[in-house]
Design a protein around this ligand. Structure first.
Ligand SMILES: Nc1nc2c(ncn2[C@@H]2O[C@H](COP(=O)(O)OP(=O)(O)OP(=O)(O)O)[C@@H](O)[C@H]2O)c(=O)[nH]1
Length: 349
């Protein structure tokens, strides 16, 4: 029996994983793909967005959500049963795509493919690391030595590099291929520098492909045949030898709840102020705009915010606003909520 190839898509918060997967689904060329989506935060925004595209290549039944924390920490409880369910199907998918949360360490997930019941039926075709070229150019993953020294002084138990840099290294060090995304946001000279920074963290021979909005040919992404689960030793990780004992205490997340938003511009201005003031890494979710039949998807990555209408609100859905906010440890939830209370509208009963 041949094993079902599985591609793991990793990459920091907002790098463009969901965008790349939507592109993949729209260009599946007859392959039956199943998606396993893992998010950090309780609102399944990514799966909503993928379902919203109503693509024939990926019916809703083939989109499975793992919302209980980070996939790398909940492997045994959530991930393995989900894989077993997919593989037990009368007609298993041709290919499984796993979108990890932006904070996930890919190596523990790849290791899970050594689990006896999975190993005989599935293989990791490849680990794809998505990189936000704009964020790397802005130095978001570089260590701010002063800040690190201050953090170490405040917490003598701090035993690692800046959490953002560590994740950057962790995700690149496990990759079979890197997609350097958001090339539209940086010029050629900057891109060449970013590519050098990225190449310094990859294993030898790993290809770096440049992309705009995750538009990479499916033939390049799928069919790498890496069998990554048999090749774990070449993928260095900060948690090697630590018995997979790690957590995500370096990051905080919460949900901003509201009702109908009367003034989108006021919400955007308020959000931008809060993102800057509290160094928020990611904001994403749905906004109910007063007087509009469609729901508004809002996406913030670092200082950039985008929004668009995706589909009409269903009759049974409460018109409410929910935005996931993610930042580094110590995020001042109360201050952010207080600052935005006036522009988010009242939560429906
Ligand atoms: N300018 C530009 N924006 C992009 C590109 N790719 C994705 N985006 C935007 O970046 C934002 C985040 O994209 P997602 O695909 O949701 O990123 P993600 O990695 O799935 O995010 P998380 O699941 O939260 O980690 C969205 O607003 C996208 O439209 C790109 O190549 N260029």
């Amino acid at each position: 029996m041949s094993k079902v190839p599985t591609t793991v898509i990793t990459g920091f918060l907002g790098a463009g994983k969901t965008t790349l997967i939507r592109h993949l689904l729209q260009n599946a060329k007859g392959r039956r793909l199943a998606l396993v989506i893992n998010e950090f935060g309780d609102v399944g925004v990514d799966s909503e967005l993928v379902k919203g595209c109503n693509d024939e290549a990926c019916p809703e039944d083939d989109i499975l959500e793992l919302a209980n924390g980070c996939i790398c920490c909940t492997v045994a409880d959530d991930f393995l049963p989900t894989m077993q369910k997919l593989l037990d199907r009368e007609t298993p998918p041709d290919h499984i795509i796993i979108e990890t949360s932006g904070l996930a360490l890919p190596k523990p997930l790849v290791k899970a493919f050594q689990w006896p019941d999975i190993r005989t039926r599935a293989t990791v075709d490849g680990v794809i690391a998505l990189i936000d070229a704009d964020a790397v150019a802005a130095g978001r993953f570089a260590t701010d030595e002063e800040a690190l020294a201050a953090a170490r002084a405040a917490d003598p138990n701090l035993d690692h590099d800046s959490p953002l840099e560590e994740l950057f290294e962790e995700q690149l060090g496990c990759a079979d291929m890197v997609v350097l995304n958001k090339t539209d946001l940086v010029d050629a000279a900057v891109l060449a520098e970013v590519e050098k920074t990225v190449a310094a963290e990859t294993r030898p021979g790993v290809k770096i492909v440049r992309a705009d909005h995750g538009a990479v040919d499916i033939a390049a992404l799928l069919g790498i045949v890496a069998a990554a689960e048999d090749d774990l030793d070449s993928r260095k990780s900060h948690i090697d030898g630590l018995d997979d004992d790690h957590d995500h205490d370096d990051f905080d997340t919460f949900i901003l709840n509201g009702g109908e938003v009367a003034d989108i511009d006021a919400l955007l201005v308020g959000l931008k102020e809060q993102i800057a003031a509290h160094d928020v890494l990611r904001v994403k979710g749905m906004v109910a705009l007063a007087g509009k039949p469609s729901r508004l998807v809002l996406q913030g990555v670092g200082p950039r915010i985008q929004h668009f209408f995706d589909r009409a609100w269903k009759a049974e859905e409460p018109r409410r606003t929910q935005l996931v906010v993610i930042g580094q440890k110590g995020l001042d939830r109360a201050a952010i909520e207080a600052a935005l209370a006036g522009v988010l509208g009242s939560v429906p009963a």
